[in-house]
Design a protein around this ligand. Structure first.
Ligand code: NAP
Ligand code: ZN
Length: 350
């Protein structure tokens, strides 16, 4: 086994702390990655604190992983030692079911090995994520990173980037469409950049009026404080799409009514508590309410290449791993600009 170190949640209450564990020996199809940066996703907080009710401890969070290949198995063909490499939200799937055959491994009908808080394909061995110094992953689930982009700022593309890119592509956002991005955090700011690059007219809907200038700098054409009821009223029936990235419970009906006839509201934010949806808010204008989970490996590579071409990276605050608990508290206050990324040097030198 390969000795590894990281930061782990030991239970739902206590702060994350230093943790020693082991990675598997390199198999013939495996790649060993020396992790340089890992983004902090709000899903890390939901899971570290067992808000979704499925947490396994100890848990090493982190699914926005980038670094350099340190070693390869004997049958690896996609990577060589020294290449840039990325790992996102899952590290294996059955490869045989209809979802896997359609490059939608995240919806595998047999078993998806999440990058952390999950089990390998043996359904016994726990997976540990990217708040760590290195990771062993089967090459099919390792992404190639465009070399023109700043590596630390690429990390959030592995979750926030693909989670927003995938549904915008699948549900057909195109040039000139009016889209609202609800919530300007990690996912939201990537949605703004990607929708802008597609050529859509982008409005940020936010509870934080202080984010207006940032929203415009990120590529939004309009900004609306959602707490201003009078201004919100004027946006009823206005949008072709809404991408909802909000992490806490909120009233879906209120936002659905901002859609035009045949408009689509895409849920990617995953509040722990359920919300009620009034059928009539959909029925009367033939609107659609859909959800989407990250994206498959092929589409994640497509997104990374798209970001390489359009020079799209995340706006980040780079922190040492010792500040991860403080970063969690700031994220919970919506005080994030716009993704925290851990510099793994701080762990290796600790
Ligand atoms: P984040 O950085 O914390 O951003 C969430 C934003 O939502 C906040 O910055 C805030 O924006 C807004 N917000 C927070 N609390 C709110 C409230 N009570 N009412 C209204 N707005 C509120 O989180 P993230 O990392 O982008 O993740 C967002 C959600 O997506 C999480 O639930 C996460 O688990 C989920 N997620 C889903 C997938 C998927 O595959 N579907 C993948 C990754 C993450 P403003 O300040 O602009 O209001
Ligand atoms: Zn995530």
């Amino acid at each position: 086994m390969i000795p590894a170190k990281g930061y782990a949640a030991k239970n739902a209450q206590d702060p994350l702390d230093f943790f020693h564990f082991e990675r598997r020996e390199l198999g013939p199809k495996d790649v060993l990655i020396d992790i340089e940066y890992c983004g902090i996703c709000h899903s890390d907080i939901h899971q570290a604190r067992n808000e979704w009710g499925n947490s396994m401890y100890p848990m090493v969070p982190g699914h926005e992983i980038v670094g350099k290949v340190k070693a390869i198995g004997s049958e690896v063909t996609k990577f060589k030692v020294g290449d840039l490499a990325g790992v996102g939200c899952f590290v294996d799937s059955c490869g045989q079911c209809s979802s896997c055959k359609e490059d939608l491994e995240q919806y595998c009908e047999v078993h998806v090995a999440s990058s952390y808080n999950g089990l390998e394909m043996d359904k016994t061995t726990p997976t540990y994520g990217g708040y760590s110094d290195q990771i062993v992953t089967t090459e099919k689930f390792v992404l190639k990173i465009p070399s023109n982009l700043d590596l630390a700022r690429v990390a959030p593309l592995l979750c926030a980037g693909i989670t927003t890119y995938s549904p915008l592509k699948e549900f057909g956002l195109k040039k000139g469409d009016k889209i609202a991005v609800l919530g300007l955090g990690g996912l939201g700011h990537m949605a703004v950049k990607i929708a802008n690059a597609i050529g859509a007219e982008v409005t940020v809907l936010s509870t934080s009026p202080s984010k207006e200038q940032d929203a415009r700098n990120l590529g939004a054409h309009h900004f609306q404080n959602t707490k201003n009821a009078g201004e919100m009223e004027k946006l009823m029936g206005h949008f072709d799409y809404i991408i909802d990235t909000v992490s806490a419970p909120h009233d879906y009906n209120f936002y659905i009514n901002l859609l035009k006839r045949d408009g689509t509201m895409i849920l990617v934010g995953a509040p722990p508590e359920p919300s009620t949806v009034a059928g009539f808010s959909l029925i009367l204008q033939r609107r659609r309410l859909v959800g989407s989970l990250v994206g498959g490996i092929a589409q994640t590579q497509e997104m990374l290449d798209f970001c390489g071409e359009h020079n799209i990276v995340s706006d980040i605050e780079l922190i040492p791993i010792q500040e991860v608990n403080a970063a969690y508290e700031r994220i919970l206050k919506s005080d994030v600009k716009y993704r925290f990324v851990i510099d793994m040097k701080s762990l290796k030198e600790a």
